[in-house]
Design a protein around this ligand. Structure first.
Ligand code: AMP
Ligand code: MG
Length: 392
């Protein structure tokens, strides 16, 4: 439902140097073959394979270095000294590495014959001119940036970054720099949520903390809606008298698409639209807030940016340790990576509940178990999220 209601963000043009983490909006095409010429993969000599045999003596008639091609002709029985990345001279059809030759007085002597094509990456063997190299909807990772650069895409079309306003709610919250008074706690969720949404490509707009009071919350939501594409509240969304987020959204005319889902942690999660704007009402408990931001917030941002198939990717991994039966809600399990009989496995993190962000901060992966699942033993398989992940 979240993915289906995600509004598509407009496309903007930007410098490749600033585009890491963005989602490409138009397919990129190779402007030339790659390699663009027959390229030596070794330092050594380039020569004719037919002239190579154990004991062959080949006169060095020139040099081909990276960026400085050999322009002459290579006589029969001769060779050209060559370096990695250099153009293989058109008269040559093999490269003999420096380790297989000895050079004396500008004559190379060979210890073995060399087959045609040895250590030569032929023009176009990696990509042909005109081929698609990065598709629209793909995330610009480190290596895709390199691919775009190799083919001259200095300026590219990407989805605009989603603007996410984070609105923590709660009368008990004080700033990280304050000394908490009686009953007060520091607002820690703001920091986790900002980082999670930034990982999803967002520009985060920090909003003041909203009080547990209807008029104040209404005003906070209005200014957040003006500032951002997505408003992320946290706290005040469960069933208590001071849980004012849902009533405030209703009063604003929001379309609440769901409120409360059968997962643990994360039960109070709310998802609403208001025109083109999205509101994600996250639970206040720190682990619940982080889990919901990851599992619902990141696919939302990915869909808004046109990322192909932004739904969860799950793999099955063996558990290194057993787990008790699951209750009435699907359960999200914080995990660390370990090994079982020499293979990768996962082990649950011991936690004292959905407020225990300290234990949760040691998690490397999240697992998921269906409601009602029987106890699991060591070696049983568990569904583990490959994406979204805690650590990108
Ligand atoms: P709530 O959903 O508002 O009832 O909050 C649930 C629990 O999460 C309460 O113990 C809150 O104090 C705590 N909490 C709410 N917001 C935050 C926050 N921004 N940072 C840390 N803890 C919070
Ligand atoms: Mg609260």
């Amino acid at each position: 439902m979240v993915i289906r209601h995600a509004p598509r963000l407009p496309v903007v043009s930007m410098a490749l140097s600033a585009a890491g983490g963005r989602t490409l909006a138009c397919r990129l095409v190779a402007d030339r073959d790659q390699p663009p010429f027959d390229r030596s993969a070794m330092d050594g000599i380039a020569t004719r394979a037919a002239d190579t045999h154990p004991g062959a003596l080949l006169r060095i008639s020139g040099v081909a270095a990276a960026g400085v091609p050999f322009m002459g002709t290579m006589p029969v029985g001769a060779c050209v000294r060559i370096f990695t990345g250099a153009v293989v001279p058109s008269d040559a059809d093999t490269v003999v590495p420096v380790e297989r030759i000895s050079v004396d007085n500008e004559v190379a002597s060979l210890s073995a014959s060399a087959p045609v094509g040895q250590h030569i990456a032929r023009q176009g063997c990696e990509t042909r001119e005109g081929a698609a190299i990065v598709e629209a909807g793909e995330l610009l990772t480190a290596t895709r940036l390199a691919v775009a650069a190799a083919f001259g895409h200095a300026q590219i079309q990407v989805s605009r970054a989603p603007r996410v306003a984070i609105v923590p709610t709660g009368d008990e919250l004080v700033d990280v720099s304050a000394t908490p008074g009686p009953g007060q706690i520091r607002d820690s969720n703001r920091y986790a949520l900002a980082q999670i949404f930034r990982q999803g490509g967002a520009e985060v707009v920090d909003m003041p903390t909203a009080a547990d009071e209807a008029t104040a919350l209404h005003a906070s939501l209005c200014s957040a809606l003006r500032a951002a594409d997505v408003v992320v509240t946290c706290g005040g969304v469960s069933a208590g008298d001071l849980d004012l987020v849902a009533p405030a959204l209703s009063e604003l005319g929001a379309n609440i698409l769901f409120h409360k889902i059968a997962i643990k942690p994360g039960k109070p999660l709310l998802f609403a639209t208001l025109g083109e704007k999205i509101v994600l009402g996250l639970p206040g408990n720190p682990v619940s807030a982080a889990v919901c931001a990851l599992l619902f917030g990141l696919p939302l941002l990915a869909a808004m940016q046109g990322r192909g198939s932004p739904s969860w990717q799950i793999v099955r991994l063996p558990l290194a340790q057993g787990l008790p039966a699951v209750g009435a809600r699907d359960e999200i399990v914080p995990l660390f990576v370990t090994s079982l009989a020499g293979r990768m496995a996962v082990s649950p993190i011991a936690t004292v509940g959905s407020a225990d962000i300290f234990a949760f901060s040691r998690a490397q992966l999240l697992g998921m178990r269906p409601a009602g699942q029987a106890p699991l033993a060591a070696g049983d398989a568990l569904d583990v999220f490959l994406w979204p992940t805690l650590h990108p």
